[in-house]
Design a binder for this molecule. Structure first.
Ligand SMILES: NC(=O)c1ccc[n+]([C@@H]2O[C@H](COP(=O)([O-])OP(=O)(O)OC[C@H]3O[C@@H](n4cnc5c(N)ncnc54)[C@H](OP(=O)(O)O)[C@@H]3O)[C@@H](O)[C@H]2O)c1
Length: 267
């Protein structure tokens, strides 16, 4: 990426926190923000990729701290509160949240589904609460939540993930309304299929004819450039798909998308 990111560091700086900042879109956010002069706290579970990403971002001459932590741990929010107590956090990105458990609902494991809700709903709101309150007091800042085209309609084998992303989008809209008067931007960055390590590990077929596949670096940059264009920004050329999925009648739309998803997942 050659050009420097156009972002208002006076509004969002100096520290940015990325929950899920070690790989894929999260690492791309870190790289862009490091180039733009932000100091960073990166959070992820696996220490190896986390330290590798931190070391690469430090090459841009900024301070990068790491917190190797499972966001599902009971004390995760307290650990993050402590780790950021001395930092002026002007930007918070909640990136972690790919589907960790997909199954037909009625035969699925409820604890698996609860894990998706714990990360994508509970941790998201707890951390938005923590950083949003501080930003409101500062009178500036930005919060970005990662959404998905999956959050626009129900689908087989990812009922809870899809519902959690619908929650995120509606939550982001509310937060955007409430925080805008205090100079805090809120954005739900909606992604379509994106070539991340998590999706590669999940065995996603990126070669379905006609399917748009985004690169992490492109959607991260697009999201950062549109932080002030909330409450929702659909990245990667997927705007028309989001509009279509928002329409009626629901039966034809939901069935049609399910057929496309079967092709994507080789089912
Ligand atoms: N990729 C796509 O096609 C796509 C499409 C639509 C929306 N999205 C959204 O984009 C975001 C990023 O997705 P992704 O594909 O990069 O996968 P992801 O599994 O959400 O991984 C992103 C980052 O989050 C960290 N992470 C995941 N679970 C964590 C946990 N429990 N505690 C701490 N850190 C955790 C990962 O590192 P560790 O594994 O080391 O923890 C990694 O750094 C998600 O919110 C996803 O829903 C992605």
């Amino acid at each position: 990426m050659s050009e420097t990111l156009q972002i208002d560091s006076a509004r969002y700086g100096k520290w940015a926190v990325i929950a899920g900042g070690s790989e894929g879109v999260g690492a791309a956010f870190a790289d862009e923000l490091g180039r733009a002069g932000f100091d960073l706290l990166l959070i992820a579970r696996k220490p190896g990729p986390l330290e590798d990403t931190a070391a690469a971002v430090r090459e841009h001459g900024v301070e990068v701290r790491t917190l190797a932590l499972d966001l599902l741990a009971d004390d995760a929010v307290e650990q993050i509160r402590t780790a950021t107590a001395d930092l002026e956090v002007g930007l918070f990105i909640f990136n972690a949240g790919a589907n960790s458990y997909g199954h037909e609902f009625v035969t699925g494991d409820l604890d698996g589904f609860r894990g998706v809700i714990d990360l994508n709903v509970h941790r998201q709101i707890e951390l938005a609460h923590l950083f949003g309150a501080r930003m409101k007091d500062m009178g500036r800042g930005g919060i970005m939540l990662l959404g998905s085209l999956a959050g626009y309609m129900g689908s087989e084998h990812q009922s809870i993930y899809a519902a959690s992303k619908a929650f995120s989008r509606v939550f982001a809209e509310s937060l955007w309304l409430e925080l805008a008067p205090y100079g805090v931007d809120v954005l739900e960055l909606v992604l379509g299929v994106t070539r991340t390590p998590a999706m590669e590990r999940a065995g996603l077929n990126f070669d379905v004819p006609g399917m748009l596949v985004s690169e992490p670096e492109d959607v991260a940059r697009e999201g950062l450039e549109h932080l002030a264009d909330g409450p929702v920004w659909v990245a990667g050329g997927n705007y028309k798909a989001a509009v279509k999925r928002s329409g009626f009648p629901r039966d034809a739309l939901v069935r049609g998308a399910a057929e496309a998803m079967r092709a994507l997942l080789n089912r």
